[in-house]
Design a protein around this ligand. Structure first.
Ligand SMILES: C[S@@+](CC[C@H](N)C(=O)[O-])C[C@H]1O[C@@H](n2cnc3c(N)ncnc32)[C@H](O)[C@@H]1O
Length: 494
């Protein structure tokens, strides 16, 4: 393929959210279904070249269980892949014929979101939506803006969500009959992303979660397509009674890897009183140890008298007030690029970001009075060792009366003002510890750490944080030293 054609293909694939499931992953997914009915009415939405249906069919042909007939319905929008899909379905037909299973299929070369939303919107004159008892899916992933056609279509079917993949899953859930099953592979972001709360609520209200599977290393499952998100596979059954326990497993996603399984209480995965309905997923034994330590902590941020907020300066909204270098009438503007060895080094010479913001009546509402603040990055790159990166703003190093914290960071404060120094240093060590990092990784599939996530966390008591803060002689300690210090005090104050 020429470079131009290759880049066109990549572009089209990106727009369609097209990342094909490798065969070993598709086979694994097909193995997760519970007992199946005699006549399987199968839905494969966003079918691509048909890898998932093929894996499902192949397994049934091999297993020869009760299934007598498979009626497959497939949706695929991309004309460039529809030929391959037809070919795969013909292969399925042959395999089934040999195995004595009746196989029929319908390929809809149309938009699944558009078509199914229209059928589900309850229009009296519309045809009744189809009903399926099995769904297997790797839906497309792409953010959908508030004004997009997809968003409007989904809204008309009573679904409010900001990504194509959750739109697909929400529609599939509605198209399943009670006891109908779904196995899906999606980004992990729906498990705790703040924008997916409504989706989680609806999903957990209507679907019984039976199995979760995560991939330990980023991109392993889709190495060839360099998908950035971490993926999760789930098996769920339409019904309203969550199981007492479910199997959570993990593997690397590489060929021939080992699947490590553990049985967890459902209440450990979705905490009964959690209004956010986060889905917590442990993936490695060290994460369990982290959970045990975190479970022993009982202070909330509120009980510590501390609040965490997202930096208030949204730079593009205050563009005219930003200055590359500090000058008369400006105050420091702090971005994550100012984080350096545990503290804020300001100003940053040759910074790509402006170092200062005018202090006037327009900008003052977005500024904070100077003081000791603890800052964390909201976004970390995957190269970063830790998912949570905390840094101390020390007013002794940066002289100013007011400060601007930019929107890409979160800041911990006491009612809008700076924190007590040793408490802030204690929080610095705790949030930079491996225990907190692993706890975060355990239930966070994405590299974004929102203020909401930090509010949810359990913290050591005020006394423990003070003690850690006093004991911490430098902010630029190696990870082992930070961990040892935090462990020592958590142990001493048990
Ligand atoms: C993530 S890929 C997965 C493909 C296939 N299921 C697999 O696992 O290999 C999602 C597929 O959905 C298709 N697609 C994207 N938007 C769609 C839509 N609105 N309706 C139907 N198919 C769509 C894409 O062209 C792509 O082939």
């Amino acid at each position: 393929m020429s470079n131009a054609t290759l880049s066109d293909t990549r572009k089209r694939q990106g727009e369609l959210g097209q990342f094909l499931t490798p065969a070993p992953v598709a086979n694994f997914m097909a193995s997760l279904f519970g007992p199946l009915p005699k006549v399987v009415r199968l839905l494969d939405a966003g079918a691509g070249a048909g890898a998932l249906t093929a894996a499902f069919v192949s397994r049934l042909c091999h297993k020869k269980d009760v299934v007598r007939a498979i009626e497959a319905t497939l949706f695929e929008l991309d004309p460039f892949i529809q030929g391959a899909l037809s070919k795969t379905m013909q292969d399925c037909e042959h395999r089934c014929a040999e195995a004595g299973i009746r196989f029929t299929f319908t390929i809809h070369k149309t938009d699944f979101i558009h078509d199914m939303s229209a059928l589900l919107m309850g229009n009296l004159f519309a045809t009744t939506p189809p009903a399926f008892n099995v769904a297997i899916t790797n839906p497309p992933y792409r953010k959908i803006g508030i004004d997009s056609a997809e968003r409007r279509a989904l809204s008309s079917a009573g679904i409010e969500t900001s990504n194509l993949y959750t739109g697909f899953i929400a529609l599939i859930q509605k198209l399943l009959i009670p006891t109908g099953q779904i196995v899906g592979i999606t980004p992990q972001s729906f498990c705790n992303g703040p924008y997916f709360r409504l989706f989680r609520e609806e999903f957990l209200r209507n679907m019984e979660l039976r199995r979760l599977h995560v991939f330990e290393s980023r991109n392993a499952a889709f190495r060839d397509d360099s998908v950035l998100q971490e993926n999760i596979i789930f098996h769920a059954v339409k019904g309203r009674a969550q199981p007492r326990e479910l199997v959570v497993s993990s593997s690397s996603g590489e060929h021939g890897d080992v699947v490590a399984e553990s049985v967890l209480a459902f209440s450990d995965v979705v905490h009964p009183h959690d209004v956010e309905k986060f889905i917590h997923i442990p993936s490695a034994p060290s994460h369990d140890a982290a959970k045990a330590i975190m479970d022993g902590l009982h202070s909330s941020l509120t009980s510590l008298g501390v609040t965490v907020s997202t930096g208030r300066v949204v730079d593009f909204r205050l563009k005219d007030s930003l200055r590359q270098e500090p000058q008369k009438g400006t105050v420091p503007l702090v971005y994550p690029c100012h984080f350096d060895a545990g503290t804020v080094r300001w100003p940053k010479p040759q910074s790509r970001k402006p170092n200062a913001i005018l202090d006037n009546d327009d900008t003052r509402p977005w500024l904070v009075p100077s003081g000791v603040y603890l800052l964390t990055k909201r976004f970390t790159s995957k190269e970063e060792r830790r998912r949570l990166v905390a840094c101390l703003f020390d007013p002794d190093n940066v002289t100013a009366e007011w400060l601007g914290f930019e929107n890409h960071l979160n800041y911990f404060h006491a009612n809008g003002r700076g924190l007590d120094r040793s408490l802030a240093v204690g929080l610095f060590a705790f949030l930079n510890s491996t225990v907190v990092d692993q706890y975060f990784r355990r239930f966070s599939g994405h590299t974004q750490v929102n203020a909401g996530d930090l509010r949810q966390l359990a913290y050591p008591s005020r006394d423990t944080l003070h003690a850690i803060g006093i004991d911490m002689k430098s902010l630029d300690l190696p990870q082992e030293k930070i961990d040892a210090l935090v462990a020592k005090h958590l142990h001493a104050h048990k």
